[in-house]
Design a binder for this molecule. Sequence first.
Ligand code: ARG
Length: 506
Amino acid sequence: MNAISSNPDSSIDSEQNKKSPVSDSSTDTMSSTEQNDSSNAALNSQGQQMWGGRFSEATDSFVAAFTASVGFDQRFARHDIQGSIAHATMLGRCGILADDEVTTIIEGLRQVLAEIEAGEFEWSIALEDVHMNVESRLTDMIGAVGKKLHTGRSRNDQVATDIRLWLREETDNIIELLVRLQSGLLNLAEQHTDTIMPGFTHLQTAQPVSFGHHVMAWFEMLYRDTQRLKDARRRMNQMPLGSAALAGTTFPIDRTITAELLGFEGICQNSLDAVSDRDFAIEFTSNASILMMHLSRMSEEIILWMSAQFNFVQIPDRFCTGSSIMPQKKNPDVPELVRGKSARVFGQLMTLLSLMKSQPLAYNKDNQEDKEPLFDCVDTLTGSLLAFADMLPNITPNIEAMRAATMKGYATATDLADYLVRNGVAFRDAHEVVGHAVALGIKEGVDLSDLSLAQLQQFSDAIGDDVFEYLTLEGSLAARDHLGGTAPNQVKQAVINGRSRLKAFA
Ligand code: ARG
């Protein structure tokens, strides 16, 4: 018999789960208190597993530990119980269980939840997963009526429901963090619509932009990420319950009751698909990967900008660490770590895609492997967003250094070409004229605006003495005065629009 042992040293932590389980009876239990084998509801009347009726020998202890998921899926306990309460309620309303049975089951489930939340629940590896642990404890508590809860249900539709309920909640937390981060960025952009910095392409100075405009580019990336998560939430929020093992159930269930009780927007339309696919988790992880890619790009910019060579920004000390040997160091650890952590989220996406790719319909045990990648993805993303929501809106630009950097690299060369075009020169000719002027500037070691009118006019007689107002950084910015451009009044408008668009996620 694969009994539940009473090793007082064993504990619930995941380390316990990682220990080699071979022939070690202590791994059969995750409890710190004694349990009485014969009274354990996990076992049937012959002292076998819940599903042990057709078996002639007990599960090998290594196999029991190897196949168990309770070490990690206990994270779903609250959602599992929420689902069970809804299921029991539905069974009652449909006349499948008697009202008093339903009342007893629901009260029992609430007690089980209280035990779990108080940290007093004894998780057992012998009971494999969160579902059987909860059900077994329920039957311990309320007696034989607890065994009726699983009527018209399977762990296959149960787990698919749990993941969706859990991920829906995590998605909402993540969206909340994203909204916080985006409002912080809107405030930062608003303060810096006139702060000038070099805009880059190929990481070479391209044209002047405002720092506020750059920050609003980050806002837009995060805005689309939020939209993607919101959109994926609708597909995630469909209820598998009622699909039972794979084909549905012979009982006269009403799935609309459970769906409504659980706040699902709809019901999975095919039982085979409902218990089997994890595309909603893959979609979430894919959206998380895109989001982490964005955070990684922002991280890269901050890291670069914090270097002495750029000296564009500072981030508060609380997001940095020092060096054990070099006293001068202030290292941008948080953005570096977020950049690094994007790699593991991408990895989890590959894990989930690979997990699904060869699975025939319907449920396969492979799917138990969906949880840890998904948990890691959610935890990594949530942690990164928590850090960013506080850090990113609190970066301080070094306005003088940004301006000085914009003065290098001939950032207003395009403005001079556009000026020539307005004075009748074809753009390709104007491009060449300005190329010559830049070459002269490089030779003399000065900016275009430092060349004299006579020096400029030798390249084109379309240049007049009004040219210098177009070569200033402020003039360059102000001239890009259309929707999506960097002119300060456009950036101000973008902030206002951003604030009202953000309300859609509230
Ligand atoms: N622990 C399982 C999982 O995570 C629950 C479903 C088990 N179903 C089964 N037929 N063995 O996927």
